[in-house]
Design a binder for this molecule. Structure first.
Ligand code: FMN
Length: 150
């Protein structure tokens, strides 16, 4: 089995009902594939952790990449795993800054193999500026700087 994290850019007009519906349908479908994980939505970006059999993850990623509710799916980390870290999370919605996030950061940090996952979680989405930084005109390096994608 393997574990992975990807980030993606949510469709700009996505609403809370749609996110709830992604979580609910994933929670129904994932047990059929022995997949578990969590989903964070923040600042217009998705951050999803998935763990499960390699072939199931591959098949699920194909579907996820085709999903029009987001774009720019980038797998940030993927590695072999001996056992699931979140065996009871069919698909858990996690909020940044909450107790659950602290708990799972602690879990990722406890194992050498998942340190990279902890690092990615800590950096999401804080490394992404909310607003374009407009430098004063006249600056030769002046170029509008747009928010980085997720
Ligand atoms: C951010 C995001 C996360 C998703 N996570 C899952 C997931 O964990 N499990 C799942 O079955 N579908 C997930 N989906 C939905 C899939 O993209 C797809 O719609 C679903 O697997 C049904 O595909 P099908 O109709 O081709 O069977 C997610 C979609 C998005 C946009």
């Amino acid at each position: 089995m393997e574990r992975l994290i990807y980030t993606s850019v949510a469709r700009p007009d996505i609403g809370p009902e749609e996110i709830d519906s992604i979580v609910q349908s994933s929670a129904l479908a994932n047990p059929l594939r022995s997949v578990t994980g969590f989903l964070i939505f923040d600042h217009g970006c998705f951050f999803q952790y998935l763990e499960g059999p390699t072939n199931e993850l591959d098949a699920l990623l194909v579907k996820i990449k085709r999903d029009r509710r987001h774009s720019g799916v980038k797998v940030r980390a993927r590695s072999a795993a001996r056992s699931p870290l979140f065996a009871r999370w069919r698909m858990q919605r996690v909020r940044i800054g909450g107790e659950v996030e602290k708990d799972l950061l602690a879990r990722f940090t406890a194992e050498h193999e998942t340190l990279e996952f902890a690092r990615l979680l800590r950096r999401f989405p804080k490394e992404k500026p909310d607003l374009a930084i407009i430098r004063p005109s006249g600056d030769p390096a002046a170029r509008p700087s747009f928010p980085r994608p997720c």
